[in-house]
Design a protein around this ligand. Structure first.
Ligand code: EPU
Length: 346
């Protein structure tokens, strides 16, 4: 275990905010968590993963913990369903590559997502029709209240769209490992037009000769064409959640869109259960003319306006927050819809 005081967080957040924290602890196994003198730590105490879905709103006055638990273990290869245990500190995409290389299905649509395994399970990351909860069998945590290990079945994790029990536990649970369930049974998920196009598949093609690795490569090239590479341009991926609205609100958005942009405009949307509709926030932001707008060093990314980028390389937390406020107000004023950040503010 390594402990630092007044730690520079520039390398610990993909937004590349130049901020510091009072204490930073990097641990390598779950046992080390039990040995921490919790009562003596500067507060608040929070856990971070790869820092790829975080906005530090300033220097962090408390303690940040980071997992270095980095094993990937195939528990049993004997059946169609293959359980794989991965430490919370494994780069999520290394896990995805590992299972794809072994010809196993389930994780390939989640290729190229930055961040680590623990944070993936907390946040229920998702892309191209798959959410990580679909391949999670269980989550192992350290309970900072009882100072003991606890296991959750997937059904106990309250998973929702970018949401879980762990997001609302006020730092109580620290994910130490995730038990995944991937499969030998051929099962590409090709509902997304973009994925099919990237694979060069026609509308009738079922993709029966595909391998998980081929789907992975197609997903990666699709992502790279739309999303900024955090190595090159600081960002935290999607900054806002896609709003989920009821049918009445959706009808109102259509009316507004027709009035503003002409009768033939179509509002992209995905029908969810219970009469609810998900509207891409990227479309709403785009239609407010907010693509490329800047506040200080922060900008709405031109190619995917759901993303806010550190355009100058020296954007400050207040630049990003000012831009967040401007985008939320713009969408509210035009469409009467409230956007909510997906990125966690610390
Ligand atoms: N759009 C525009 N203008 C643009 C770009 C996009 O109008 O300039 C509209 C289009 O209608 C497009 C729609 O936005 O069809 C949706 O865009 P896209 O399919 O690229 O994805 P998204 O809904 O914006 C979500 C996730 C991404 C994930 C993609 C792919 C959230 C908040 N984001 O984005 O996740 O990769 O779907 O499945 O749910 C992340 O969470 O960091 C992330 C990148």
């Amino acid at each position: 275990m390594k402990e630092y005081t007044d730690y520079d967080l520039s390398g610990a957040n993909t937004f590349r905010m130049k901020v510091r924290c009072a204490r930073y602890i990097q641990y390598d196994n779950a046992k080390e968590l039990e040995s921490i003198d919790w009562d003596s730590l500067p507060r608040p105490v929070r856990h971070i993963g790869g820092g790829s879905n975080l906005l530090f709103t300033g220097d962090f006055p408390g303690t940040l913990l980071h997992s270095g638990i980095s094993y990937v273990k195939y528990v049993d290869m004997g059946f169609d369903d293959v359980p794989v245990m991965a430490g919370a500190g494994v780069r999520f995409d290394d896990f995805v590559e590992n299972v794809c290389r072994n010809g196993l299905w389930g994780a390939e649509n989640l290729s190229g997502i930055p961040g680590e395994v623990g944070a993936a399970a907390v946040q229920n990351i998702g892309a191209y029709g798959v959410e990580v909860k679909d391949i999670i069998k269980g989550v192992v945590c350290f309970d900072t209240r009882t100072r003991s290990m606890v296991k959750f079945q997937t059904c106990e994790c309250d998973y929702g769209y970018r949401d879980s029990l762990f997001k609302h536990s006020d730092g109580r649970y620290i994910v130490t490992a995730v038990l995944f369930r991937v499969s030998r049974v051929h099962g590409p998920r090709l509902e997304y037009k973009g994925v099919r196009e990237s694979l060069g598949l026609g509308p009738e093609d079922s993709g029966e000769s595909l391998t998980p690795m081929q789907v992975r490569e197609a997903v990666m090239s699709l992502r790279n064409s739309k999303l900024p590479d955090p190595e090159v341009l600081g960002s935290a991926g999607s900054y806002f959640k896609n709003p989920v609205v009821d049918a009445v609100t959706f009808a109102r958005v259509i009316d507004i869109a027709r009035r503003e942009f002409g009768a033939d405009v179509t509002v992209p949307h995905f029908i969810l259960g219970g009469g609810m509709v998900k509207i891409p926030a990227a479309w709403l932001i785009d239609r407010c003319g907010l693509k490329g707008v800047r506040e200080g060093g922060a900008a709405v990314y031109e190619r995917q306006p759901l993303v806010i980028v550190n355009a100058s390389g020296s954007a400050t937390p207040s630049d990003v927050l000012a831009l967040e406020t401007r985008v939320i107000a713009g969408v509210r004023n035009r469409f009467g819809i409230e956007l909510h950040p997906e990125v966690e503010h610390l």
